[in-house]
Every structure is written in C-alpha cells, then in structure tokens.
Design a protein around this ligand. Structure first.
Ligand SMILES: [Zn+2]
Ligand SMILES: [Zn+2]
Length: 204
C-alpha cells in the first residue's frame, strides 16, 4: 500500500501531492508550528482542516501568516477557528476550557468554506460529523482521510465527541463510502476489515 505521506505531530498531518506541489491536511498544535514550517520547505497550495480541535488547527494561523494560503474548513467549525465561540472544554479539571482555546484565532478572511460533495484537487469532501459537528474528511480511490472520526481501532472517547451517537453512525457511513483504507488523526491507518469489526462492535 502506498498511502498519503504522514507527518507525525501531536496529530497526524498529511501531505497530499498535486501537480507541481502539494496541499496539507491539518496543521498540528500552535507550538508545533515552527517545526512544521521548517519541515515543509515549500508553501502548500492550501490547508484543509478536518475539524477545529487545537491539535489539528493550532498551526493554521502561522501557516496562513507566512504563506497567505487559503484555509478550507466546514462552516460549522468557523466560529471556533475564528475565536467567535470558545471551543468546548477538554476533559481536564479546571483548565479544560483554557487548554482547548490556546490557539491563535484565524481571521475570517483566511477561511474558505467546504461542504460535502465538493472536490479538492480530485479528493471528494465527505461530512464525518459526531466528533465535531462540522468534521470533514477527504475521499479518493478507496482512501479516506478521516480526521478524528475514528481513533486507534475505535471511536474517540464519548467525552471528547460533540455528538457521540452521530459519531457512531459515521462509522457506518465510512463503510458505505467503500473506503479500503482509513487514515486517521491519531494512530491508524485502518483497513476496511477493522472498520467493519468496529461497526459490528458498535452495532451500527
Ligand atoms: Zn479532535
Ligand atoms: Zn485529534
């Protein structure tokens, strides 16, 4: 299997080749931005954010400031990315809200909306709601980049899913897409049989 190139930060970031360059999926934590920028060398065509969580979007502002690139995200995630709404607190006593919102906010002018069914360099945008309500993935040739729709071989813990029931149903949706390989924000990738086993376990 030759999959997309994984950049290992607090979350897995992905470098997706396109003609004459590449684009980037997710941006890591804010304090990982320096390492990310050093590693990239050439500017990405765009940054695609799977969802608003700090470990995926925290480096977005630094990338935008340096490269002026468009940052694509689902409109449901925008209020958190721009700081208009505080992100839901992390499941940590007292400091949860503070920790979840350590990222520098993105100005709205940096953002471009993406919706299910649109294409990004030949990859189809797929809505994967549950972990966050506006989480999106990218699908092409039986490969799905799924953000935190799955984690390890299961779902992310209920405490960090905005709608756990919806997250369960998204597992079924991933199978119905026909994905053979699912690349994740943490751990993975998972083969189709592993996603099938999870769906059976969850009863979806
Ligand atoms: Zn997440
Ligand atoms: Zn994550």
């Amino acid at each position: 299997m030759s999959g997309p190139e994984v950049l290992r930060f607090a979350a897995n970031l992905y470098r997706i080749p396109v003609e004459g360059g590449y684009f980037l999926v997710d941006a890591g934590l804010p304090w990982e931005a320096r390492r990310l920028l050093a590693l990239l060398k050439t500017p990405p065509r765009l940054l695609f954010l799977t969802h608003h969580h700090l470990d995926h979007s925290g480096g977005a502002r630094a990338l935008w400031k340096l490269f002026g690139l468009p940052v694509l995200a689902h409109p449901r995630e925008w209020p958190y990315l721009t700081g208009k709404k505080p992100r839901p607190p992390l499941p940590v006593p007292l400091l949860g809200r503070w920790l979840a919102n350590l990222g520098p906010p993105l100005p709205e002018e940096a953002l471009l909306p993406v919706e299910e069914g649109e294409e990004v360099y030949g990859w189809r945008v797929v809505a994967l709601p549950g972990h966050t309500l506006g989480q999106v993935g990218l699908y092409r040739e039986k490969v799905l980049l799924a953000g935190d729709a799955l984690r390890g071989k299961g779902l992310p813990p209920r405490l960090i899913n905005e709608d756990h029931e919806l997250a369960r149903r998204t597992v079924r949706k991933i199978l119905e897409l026909g994905a053979e390989w699912v690349y994740l924000g943490h751990g993975g990738p998972l083969a189709r049989q592993e996603v099938e086993a999870l769906a059976r376990r969850l009863g979806v």
